[in-house]
Design a protein around this ligand. Structure first.
Ligand SMILES: *Cc1c(COP(=O)(O)O)cnc(C)c1O
Length: 388
């Protein structure tokens, strides 16, 4: 193992104002899931995204769970979800006693394939005898999904859409922020995301009733009575005032963080531009990705093997990289769920790698990563794999 300092995939990057908000929370003794930073953070998030209503929550997962509850998802229902994602996108479907139905990706954005989505809806109608109760569309690695097409299909069948923009805050299509296309959207502020509150999330919508309902459920569903009275099952899902303070500071630097992440992507892309076996995703016209993580696809024979060679070479130099998300339809825990598959997500999983992408990486750190990759690619070439 190298004794060089560790380079992380994506680490927290605080700005100048977070500490002031946290200090203020201490000084005013709002050290709880109640307090002025929470409302302010909700207002500021709503303004940034151009959406009517926001509930600040303890995690992105909690936001997805509450989205499904306000949409009435319950036992016996089916909910369609992108297969190429992190398990947190679909675990809440199971929390509700419903069944996930997975839909594979298209090649360009790596996100849900709209054609396959419509096939899945029609097939579920034929096989299960009813329409899916909701659709969860994920914008993976910050890249916008084909959300306009997906919304049109969802509308045709009157199925509500939850946009999982956990990785995509700051991304947009023609200026409209991701998370605001669907009936509900969610963001995550977990430690490795583009901005963080240490742990946190948000549920957003233009539907005020849904967001008010989500806040009510997130604070143990307490009825309006002086004693503790409950007519519904509640959750402890609210964000703390301290974490909301961190979030307010992070929101102030979000656009800088997006720019830095896009610069990291630009660095890798130009550094590896001569290597035809390393492929990057490009943004369709009008699409703007926050480039949360830079992902590469190895396009050569034995790409899975060489992806591992590359990953291990980086690890030896104390550099963290990671295979792309393993599709949900290939996860042991979801093996019995219906899935509509075209092989795209599986291919991405087999031959893709996430590179260190933090907004706080220095030029010399990026060069360290690039050198290891360039050297490994030469080794790979020596093993008679074609690179030009
Ligand atoms: C991080 C993430 C989540 C979950 O967010 P948490 O805040 O970690 O609960 C959901 N979906 C995707 C795609 C994510 O990357």
């Amino acid at each position: 193992m190298s004794n060089m300092q560790k380079i992380w995939l994506s680490s927290p990057h605080m700005g100048e104002h977070e500490m002031k908000f946290v200090q203020d929370a201490f000084e005013t003794n709002w050290i709880s899931p109640v307090g002025p930073h929470i409302q302010a953070f909700e207002r500021e998030l709503a303004a940034y995204n151009g959406i009517g209503h926001v509930a600040a929550l303890g995690s992105g997962t909690a936001a997805i769970h509450l989205a499904l509850i306000v949409l009435g998802v319950s036992r016996g229902d089916e909910v369609i979800c992108s297969s190429f994602t992190f398990s947190a996108s679909c675990n809440p479907i199971v929390y509700q006693g419903a069944t996930p139905v997975f839909v594979d990706s298209e090649e360009e954005t790596w996100n849900m394939d709209p054609v396959l989505l419509e096939n899945a809806i029609n097939d579920r109608l034929a096989v299960a005898g009813k329409l899916p109760k909701a659709i969860i569309v994920v914008h993976l690695y910050g890249m916008p999904a084909r959300i306009t097409e997906i919304m049109a299909i969802a509308k045709k069948y009157s199925i509500p859409v939850v946009e999982d923009a956990a990785e995509a805050i700051g991304s947009n299509i023609e200026g409209k922020k991701l998370g605001t296309f669907g009936d509900l959207g969610i963001f995550s502020f977990n430690g490795n995301k583009i901005i963080t509150t240490s742990g946190g999330g948000a549920l957003v919508s233009d539907n005020r009733e849904w967001i008010e309902k989500a806040r009510f459920l997130a604070t143990q569903a307490r009825d309006a009575a002086p004693h503790y009275q409950h007519s519904e099952i509640g959750y402890n899902y609210r964000l703390s005032n301290i974490c909301a303070g961190i979030g307010r500071g992070q929101l102030m630097v979000l656009d800088d963080r997006v720019k830095s992440r896009r610069d990291v992507f630009g660095f890798y892309k130009s550094t590896f531009s001569k290597m035809s076996s390393i492929r990057f995703t490009s943004e369709p016209k009008g699409y703007f990705s926050n480039r949360w993580l830079t992902t590469i696809l190895l396009e050569c024979p034995d790409s899975q093997l060489f992806r591992e060679i590359l990953r291990l070479a980086l690890e030896r130099e104390n550099i963290e990289s990671r295979p792309l998300w393993k599709p949900m339809h290939l996860q042991p825990v979801f093996k019995d769920c219906p899935a509509y598959v075209n092989g795209v997500a599986e291919k991405l999983f087999n031959s893709g790698l996430c590179l260190p992408s933090g907004s706080n990486l220095t030029v010399s750190e990026l060069q360290r990563v690039a050198e290891v990759i360039l050297a490994s690619m030469v080794t790979i070439a020596d093993k008679s794999i074609s690179i030009e």
